[in-house]
Write a protein that binds this ligand. Sequence first.
Ligand SMILES: Cc1ncc(COP(=O)(O)O)c(C=O)c1O
Length: 465
Amino acid sequence: MAKTIPASQLRLHPVSVTRQMAAAFPRLKAMAEAKGLRLHHLGAGYPHPEVSDPTTYIAQKNAYFRHLAQKGDPSHSEDALRALLMPLYGYTDTIGPASARQAFATVYGHDFGFSMNPDLLVPTVGATGGISLLCSLYERSGEKIAYLVDAPTYTGFVSRAGLSSDAAFYSVDLDEEGPDPVALRAQIRKARQDGRKVAFYYTVPDGHNPGGISFSDARRQAVMKVMQEEETFVVEDAPYTYISYEKASSRPKPFIAMDPTHAVHLFTASKIGLPGPRVAFLYTEIEMTIDAGQKVPLRTLVVTEASGDTLFCNPEALRSFEAYLHDENLELRKSLWPVAQAKNAIYGENRAIVLGGLDEGLAGASDQFGWTKPGAGFFSVFTFKKRQVRTTPEFVEKLISEYGVVTIPMFGFYPDDARKRDPEAGLNQLRLSFCFSEHIGEGRRDDMREAVQAFTAAVRVECGL
Ligand SMILES: Cc1ncc(COP(=O)(O)O)c(C=O)c1O
């Protein structure tokens, strides 16, 4: 007999808009297919299958492990391989194998122009795991907490940080260069006046998800100044730093390279490598003042939190990523940018097809529609400038069932306080993604072309053009 477990202490949290869409998807897909429509993917934020081949990833790690074994003991390489693999399939401590941290710090520090200390890297279960550790650290204080976020912001952050009933979000509107630094400072002060402990400002400065922009250099500097003067810090979630469409000379610097004592960097291999192995690192040089004025590195607090949470990280996954940081000759790469370039050739082409297709399909209507041109990442935000339609769940469902076009509505990415400021926030916007399609090569190009054509045709009909 089914038992009901008394759970009066538990709270049910609202499901994010992306999850709601995913749940509705099979029904809408069936409706579209019943009408003979093809489905066009402008919604999902997944890596493209053309640049996510696990077989080359696995071959590289096997070759690397054999190479290390051979180098270590050429006459007994099978024994040496066993000895090498044993710890990779055993328990390791919370901060994981030193060689993986060393290789990553060398390559990443080189690529982003700063000196990264490998001893300070903390492996996390994806960037998602890094977010979770930082939130649980603040939740432990038992105080009322404030998180500064963008409007719009990443739902993965709000879903995690919002689990605590002590948390509140103070949001700052984004423009094409980033958040308004004056508003950011005002929100930090307001949170403090409201009696809250300001945890940090969470953002995605490169290829913002879902904002579809990268912060300008000037805006990064202004934001960093606010962090320093207000004695708080920025958590930069960085899945798209390598998925960049900028020339090398104009790539903006991450916050961590500007001032590691006021930034936490969440690197993840999910986009530059593969998401499944969940390889990611948290890095910071922040010092916190805790009880009785004692100074402690934030990194130490995070490691304590991580030991309570994951305790043992996955050494095989970390050392496989170490292999990925080596080239075909099994030499440590100087840079991951050549790997990124191969991926960005695909994403950049998709981006050009989608942005070009919007220009073409909506030619002569620039007063009515706008869209962001992201310098990095997977997303562009499409705006109905005259609020010709309301991008409600019903509207987005209609785009799927009647036109076969999958997009994500933006309103769900606006935190509650942003919706109080403007109840219509995001209700004239859609998030379009250009990262994923079902086919590869010419089929992928056709997928992207047909998707943007179907989208612009639908927009024209819905707006009576
Ligand atoms: C802004 C942002 N943060 C985090 C993630 C998830 O990263 P991970 O796979 O490392 O947990 C994503 C993935 O889409 C993302 O867009």
